[in-house]
Write a protein that binds this ligand. Structure first.
Ligand code: COA
Length: 358
């Protein structure tokens, strides 16, 4: 491959040559993942244990969702959104061989920050002792990680950042209604992170696609927050805590359709077919949704990474946790194409294609 300086050797004027070189470098600039990390709570909550909490069974949960167990934060152990996010970021930086001080931006996808503000990203920045860099959260439901990755990718491509921590982290156990068997058996806690670095090679994040449809927001929402809406006032009158609410049945088909369309859009954008994809890392909401996606894309399940049986649905953390596991198992070879694809509250849905280069 020709070097950028060789491409402009025909231009004699050194000033023009430098300008052209800078423009070409900016045009070629991409972001690539140089490290992945994850962290999950110690406490394992099994389907069997849930049988004592709500009217459900291990058989129903396994058959209808693919989940066998999930991780739940323990206050006693000091686990929180920030603690998990910090550990996932440290693990990603350790793999990348970089120090916290070399990071120039932190972007975190989450809907379960420990506080309404400051953001989880700012609390992680403090925990990692990184000074004077931008740190902020992105709220996009289960699509939070790919939305955050998109923001970070754009910051590197336009040259405003060089090395960014991107994470997805949730503590859904804090907003789940533990009396609602339709949701409490699905949702859980965890964190995943990546270190993004800039590159001018043909590798890394080739594209991201992100979409939202606010008109369907009522299919999955948390009544928490300001200002007080009529629904929240009704909750107060009914003396119910403010919990996550979901119309799972209506979301199911919508999830498969959105995941399929945005995965196809990503492949078409890069002139890739299903056969070119080495590994799909989908959001882990329900094994039947993932199987529906695989069928629509004509991709065998062996090429789709799943760990839903161990962790349930950890929202914006599910893709970076799965990606970290797949990476550490050596399932994504350097030079192979990975497809990330997700769907969540908002509604939101998103995809990314990476040419793996760790
Ligand atoms: N244990 C036992 N029975 C349960 C149950 C549980 N945990 N949860 C629901 N049921 C019951 C329902 O009450 C219903 O009973 P009924 O027929 O007597 O009314 C029956 O199971 C079927 O309910 P349904 O909602 O149709 O089940 P389902 O097969 O659609 O599975 C979900 C429910 C939530 C697992 C599934 O719809 C889903 O995964 N939806 C999408 C979730 C999603 O994508 N979320 C957003 C993105 S993160």
């Amino acid at each position: 491959m020709r070097k950028n300086s060789e491409r402009v050797q025909t231009y004699g004027n050194p000033i023009i040559k430098n300008i052209i070189l800078e423009v070409i470098t900016l045009m070629l600039k991409k972001a690539r993942i140089i490290g992945t990390g994850s962290a999950v709570p110690q406490r394992i909550l099994t389907n069997k244990e849930l049988e004592d909490i709500v009217d459900t069974s291990d058989k129903w949960i396994t058959r209808r969702t693919g989940i066998k167990e999930r991780r739940i934060c323990s206050k006693k152990l000091g686990e929180s959104t920030t603690v998990l996010a910090r550990q996932a970021c440290l693990n990603a930086m350790e793999m990348a061989g970089v120090s916290p001080q070399s990071i120039d931006m932190i972007v975190i996808g989450t809907v379960t920050s420990d506080r309404m503000f400051p953001s989880t990203a700012c609390m992680v920045q403090e925990a990692l002792e990184i000074e004077d860099i931008p740190a902020f959260d992105v709220s996009a439901g289960c699509s939070g990680f790919i939305f955050a990755l998109t923001v970070a990718n754009n910051a590197i491509r336009c040259g405003t950042s060089k090395r960014i921590l991107v994470a997805g982290v949730e503590r859904l156990s804090s907003i789940v209604n533990w009396e609602d068997r339709g949701t409490c058996v699905l949702l859980a806690d965890g964190a995943g992170a990546v270190v993004l670095d800039s590159t001018t090679e043909e590798e890394g994040i080739l594209s991201t696609h992100i979409k939202s449809d606010g008109t369907a927001g009522k299919l999955l929402y948390s009544a928490d927050g300001n200002p007080y809406t009529p629904e929240i006032l009704q909750d107060i009158l009914d003396k119910k805590p403010f919990h996550l609410k979901m119309d799972g049945h209506r979301l199911f088909k919508r999830a498969i359709n959105c995941l399929t369309s945005i995965a196809k859009e990503a492949m078409e954008h890069n002139s890739l077919s299903s056969k070119d994809i080495a590994l799909v890392v989908p959001h882990q909401a329900n094994i039947r949704i993932i199987q529906g996606l695989a069928k629509n894309l004509r991709i065998p399940m062996e090429k789709i990474y799943t760990n839903i049986e161990k962790y349930g649905n950890t929202s914006s953390a599910s893709i970076p946790i799965a990606m970290d596991e797949a990476n550490r198992k050596g399932l994504i070879m350097s030079g192979g194409y990975a497809l990330l694809v997700t769907f969540g509250a908002g509604l939101t849905w998103a995809s990314a294609i990476l040419k793996w280069s760790i």
